[in-house]
Design a binder for this molecule. Structure first.
Ligand SMILES: Cc1cc2nc3c(=O)[nH]c(=O)nc-3n(C[C@H](O)[C@H](O)[C@H](O)COP(=O)(O)O)c2cc1C
Length: 128
């Protein structure tokens, strides 16, 4: 399982928001979260990210059929290869959990959360 290290870790530390893509099989589905929500749970050593799920109903259904998920995050204040600004795609596997440790953590921190979107990172790639 991958980890969020180096420049990708720095990008998540400085990003404002994160785009999240799943697939229904015939079309991509795009949702978002605030990067500070992910940061608020800390990045687990084994490469697990926790995102509070208030809605994410279509995302949840997609992940039941296909666990693959991609996150895009970026920050202009992180140095890229060619100048200011770097972005990272996180490739992983995801699941919306409404019970268990991570769901409980999300509900405690965010009163509106029905659970947690839990992402196990497989790989991270820089974009710029
Ligand atoms: C910047 C931003 C942050 C968001 N943060 C969350 C979030 O943390 N949790 C959540 O459930 N929805 C969040 N949303 C709403 C989702 O993008 C999405 O519209 C909603 O969860 C419905 O998901 P679904 O289409 O998979 O059912 C956010 C949207 C934006 C634009």
């Amino acid at each position: 399982m991958g980890k969020l290290e180096g420049v990708c870790r720095e990008v998540l530390d400085k990003a404002e928001w994160v785009a999240i893509v799943t697939s229904s099989g015939d079309s991509p589905h795009l949702v978002g979260t605030w990067a500070e929500y992910i940061r608020s749970f800390g990045i687990k050593d084994d490469g697990t990210l926790i995102i509070p799920a208030g809605y994410y109903h279509t995302t949840e259904e997609n992940l039941k059929k296909d666990k693959n998920i991609q996150l895009l995050m970026a920050s202009k204040v992180v140095q890229g290869t060619y100048g200011p600004g770097q972005g990272c795609i996180v490739y992983g596997q995801g699941e919306v959990q409404t019970k268990g440790e991570f769901a409980q953590l999300a509900k405690e921190k965010f009163s509106w959360a029905r659970g947690a979107l839990v992402v196990k990172i497989k790989e991270c790639k820089t974009q710029l």
